[in-house]
Design a binder for this molecule. Structure first.
Ligand SMILES: [Zn+2]
Length: 279
């Protein structure tokens, strides 16, 4: 867990600054120092939604289509010095009602299939050692994080199966409150049954994730779920894609107290650079 944390410190913010510079009309916006830090780091991005494209659109990560609007391809990763990507395993809770686990497995499979298709440039990674090996071999390290605790269908056995398949983080909720964790996304919806944070089972899930070595991701959760997770966890937590509420007042963003609590917990917040959460 701690080794994971160390490598995650590689700055996503720098990656976005460089990406912005590449596409803007002011290429000198990035200082030489920033460029050299970025170029010398193993850059880890903790959240990409690309598996939906793999599965639903048949998107190939080896695509060289200049008109492709996606942020990720093997060429783009190479040009941006992206060392490792956590591919997000996100199951739409509306369209997959009744078969969350099946869709979770299908998305996991789609990541493996991309790695199998491009063995010279991409490899599945499950540990810091794997990320470092991928870096030495000039390959993109592909990791996986589940977005939304509903994927486990209230079954701790499924959580362990996902870990065995390589999933290394899980957000306790997505925008939907599930049966054991409140989300920031529907907290004002009176039709949803809320739990005032994490249920007892939700706390068990956190502790089992700790035991397995699956990072507890607090992006998307309600404030109370966040504080319950911080009080329960025995290991550092991450926010894989969250921004600061002091800058944009969105329930999805983190308050300064929450940011300080993650620092005290030894965790890491990776900034979500979606413009709606920044400005
Ligand atoms: Zn998200």
């Amino acid at each position: 867990m701690n080794r994971f944390r160390l490598i995650l410190i590689s700055s996503l913010a720098l990656a976005s600054v460089l990406a912005a510079a590449q596409s803007s009309t002011t290429p000198d916006a990035v200082s030489e120092l920033a460029s050299s830090i970025h170029a010398s780091a193993i850059v880890v991005d903790t959240h990409a939604d690309t598996p939906q494209r793999f599965l639903d659109e048949g998107f190939d990560i080896g695509s060289t289509d200049p008109k492709d609007i996606g942020h990720i391809s093997l060429d783009k990763a190479r040009r941006g010095n992206l060392g490792a990507e956590f591919f997000s395993i996100w199951v739409d809770p509306e369209t997959n009602r009744g078969h969350f686990a099946q869709h979770t497995f299908d998305l996991i499979d789609s990541v493996y299939e991309q790695a199998a298709r491009h063995p010279d440039r991409m490899m599945m990674a499950f540990s810091v050692d794997d990320i470092e090996r991928a870096h030495r071999e000039h390959k993109l390290a592909a990791l996986m994080g589940i977005e939304g605790g509903h994927s486990i269908e209230n079954d701790i056995h499924l959580l362990r199966d996902y870990y065995r398949l390589g999933v290394r983080y899980m957000t306790l909720s997505w925008s939907n409150t599930n049966e054991w964790a409140d989300s920031s996304g529907d907290q004002d919806d009176t039709k949803i049954r809320h739990h005032n944070g994490l249920t007892d089972f939700g706390k068990q899930v956190v502790l089992e994730m700790n035991r397995l070595g699956m990072m507890v991701d607090i992006s998307h959760v309600s404030d109370k779920t966040f504080w319950d997770a911080i009080a329960t966890t025995k290991a550092p937590v991450i926010a894989s894609h969250s921004s600061a509420r002091a800058l944009v007042n969105a329930p999805r963003d983190m308050t300064d107290d929450m940011l300080r609590a993650v620092a005290k917990n030894g965790g890491v917040v990776d900034v979500n650079f979606f413009s709606g959460f920044l400005d």
